[in-house]
Design a protein around this ligand. Structure first.
Ligand SMILES: *[C@@H]1O[C@H](CO)[C@@H](O)[C@H](O)[C@H]1NC(C)=O
Length: 438
């Protein structure tokens, strides 16, 4: 395991390794940052769903792949009918300043189907089973935190930037791609690339408007938009194999990338930032299931102290960076959210949340204590799957369930974990345009 992880921590190779997508899980497992993406690979069943070909992780044809997780979902769930869409467009010029627009950057924690669309991954049930009732490309049985955030803002779920069917960018764009890092070049869709994609989108929108054509977002929309980030999980995970002091030395450059991204967005007119730290990495079943010499590094709740300390340190640096940026960008609101505190509380106080086994996956292999097997992960026909409705934090060892993401989102939205203590809903203009035509 140590050597496998070394491969991942080796740095620059991780992103290139995404190219090895279809290679055996084990070969690439060491690429820890890519592991998140690889979880998705394990989600690939044979297109027939007979279980017979499940092990072969067949790559579905791109047309069927794109259609399944992509097209149906947003349309079915919550979007406007064509008529409403038309009226909305008519009113958009006057209403855009009041409409909620969100641009999100991140990894699997906020990927709403991006990686599935862009890599052409066919994701099978039970993914999505708890909320959408079919796979959507999210690495969960339901919604990610960003979905709950959108719901709280009375706007529909964000469409992934690269989702070909059924996308609706009138309320913003989700650039998050599972597996992504803040560190450039470590992953194909690292934060700098996501930022370039944003700039591409923005320039095309403004060009279209200049030519008198339609665009989903206008200048005012970009200016008043909320810019959210939830990234760093894969960067930190990628260095956890190192001794603690070496881990600490690796953190500042990661945070510097997030800072650079915020500065760049600010230069491009962004004024409202909502920045998530990373979670309690040492409580994830995927980490806990790694072989260890003894349990001496487990804390009172059974989590790995070293990994959690690294996550806390990353967050402290990111929070300090946000403090600095606040002084530098006095025309902006920059909110840091302590995701470690939010997610660790879920584990520490799990009974309060109705959760019985906070360190065990809902979907995995091997049963207690963690129900996680890196070789098999969630997606094979003989997985150990929790009952629908059972409250679990971890869906597949890395990603949270719909239920847990809902609890996390409620805490995020409460403002209690924010610096400064601002509620997200107070940061954006009201979702319902005052324009009576809508
Ligand atoms: C658990 O809940 C108590 C009471 O709400 C709170 O004070 C404490 O900080 C929580 N523990 C963690 C680790 O978040």
């Amino acid at each position: 395991m140590a050597s496998a992880m070394n491969a991942g921590g080796g740095g620059g190779g991780v992103l290139k390794k995404m190219g090895l997508f279809r290679v055996q899980y084990y070969c690439v497992m060491g690429a820890v940052a890519a592991a998140v993406v690889l979880v998705t690979v394990r989600y690939m069943p044979a297109p027939t769903d007979t279980g017979g070909g499940a092990g072969s992780t067949v790559r579905a044809s791109s047309s069927s792949t794109a259609a399944a997780p992509g097209g149906e979902e947003e349309r079915g769930e919550n979007v406007w009918s064509a008529g409403e869409e038309r009226r909305k467009k008519a009113a958009s010029a006057s209403a855009s300043a009041q409409r909620v627009v969100v641009f999100n950057f991140g990894d699997s924690n906020s990927d709403t189907g991006g990686v599935a669309a862009v890599m052409g991954i066919h994701i099978a049930p039970p993914e999505g089973r708890a909320y959408f009732h079919h796979p959507t490309g999210r690495l969960s049985d339901g919604r990610v935190i960003l979905d709950f955030i959108c719901e709280s803002l009375n706007t529909h779920h964000l469409s992934p930037y690269m989702k070909p069917l059924g996308s609706d960018y009138s309320n913003g764009v989700n650039f998050a791609i599972a597996g992504s890092t803040a560190t450039p070049g470590d992953t194909r869709f690292s934060l700098d690339v996501q930022l370039d994609q944003f700039l591409f989108f923005k320039e095309r929108c403004l060009e279209s408007i200049e030519r008198g054509e339609d665009a989903p977002i206008d200048k005012k929309g970009f200016e008043s938009a909320l810019y959210t980030m939830d990234i760093g999980h894969n960067d930190v995970t990628g260095v956890l194999y190192l001794p603690y002091d070496k881990i600490l030395a690796k953190l500042p450059p990661m945070v510097a990338e997030i800072k650079k991204a915020i500065e760049s967005l600010h230069k491009n007119g962004a004024r409202k930032f909502w920045i998530h730290g990373t979670g309690a990495l040492g409580c994830l079943p995927q980490k806990l299931a790694m072989p260890r010499d003894d349990d001496s590094d487990l804390d009172e709740h059974g989590c790995i102290t070293k990994f959690n300390d690294a996550a806390k340190k990353f967050n402290a640096l990111l929070s300090e960076t946000c403090d600095d940026l606040r002084l530098q960008m006095t025309d902006s609101t920059i909110v840091f959210v302590d995701m470690f505190a939010v997610k660790y509380d879920l584990v520490a106080n799990h009974t309060k949340y109705g959760i019985e086994k906070p360190l065990m996956t809902c979907c995995g292999h091997g049963g207690p204590p963690y129900n996680y097997d890196p070789k098999r992960s969630c997606m094979t026909s003989d997985m150990d799957l929790c009952e629908l409705g059972a409250k679990f934090i971890s869906w597949d060892g890395v990603h949270f369930t719909d239920a847990a993401n809902g609890m996390v989102a409620a805490k995020v939205l409460s403002g209690e974990f924010s610096i400064p203590r601002i509620k997200l809903t107070g940061l954006v203009t009201p979702a319902k345009p005052k324009d009576s035509r809508l």
